[in-house]
Ligand binder design. Structure first.
Ligand code: SF4
Length: 171
């Protein structure tokens, strides 16, 4: 008898579940429908690394200065709030808590909000607080990827769906 297919568990940025994100209508509808289905299938681990690390709501905008998330985790770049305060240690903790949440639940993939100094996987703000993005990843994404967890941004939902299907077909 064939072994039952084990479901792929996915760490999801909590703010994606709230859908307080900018999309066109069809992307938003697709994201909403897929996340709802995956939640019913008990695949999702909903997590906000920054809240888990004790950062307040609301909090000041923070950007990575002179590097990306991997650099921050290596101690070679900082995360600064727009007040000038260095909050690097808080964001490093946020990354470790995201990894812990993913590993404890057995997640092999993550769907995280792009643009965030924590959750970004494709682009981050460039550290000048001018609204300018550059290619790069946040601290949690860097750490998750270093530990073998595939990270997709919300714009990459079709790629994540294909990856999950392929993975489960191969079992
Ligand atoms: S993007 Fe920010 S608010 Fe959303 S889950 Fe990640 S850390 Fe939390």
């Amino acid at each position: 008898m064939a072994e039952p297919v084990q479901q792929t568990k996915i760490l999801v940025s909590a703010c994606l579940m709230g859908l307080k994100v900018r999309y066109n209508g069809s992307e938003k509808a697709a994201l909403q429908a897929t996340l709802q289905r995956w939640q019913q299938e008990n695949r999702l681990v909903i997590h906000c690394p920054e809240l888990a690390a004790g950062l307040p709501v609301p909090r000041l905008p923070a950007e990575i200065v002179a590097g990306n998330g991997a650099d921050v985790m290596r101690g070679r770049a900082q995360i600064i709030e727009n007040s000038g305060q260095d909050v690097t240690a808080h964001y490093q903790l946020a990354a470790w808590l995201a990894l812990q949440a993913a590993q404890q639940a057995g997640c092999s993939a993550a769907l995280l909000t792009d643009g965030s100094p924590t959750c970004a996987s494709q682009s981050i703000y460039n550290g000048t607080f001018s609204g300018t993005r550059q290619p790069g990843m946040g601290v949690a994404t860097a750490l998750l990827q270093q530990h073998g967890i595939r990270v997709f941004s919300e714009q990459q939902l079709p790629a994540l769906m294909a990856w999950v299907n392929e993975r489960e077909k191969c079992r």
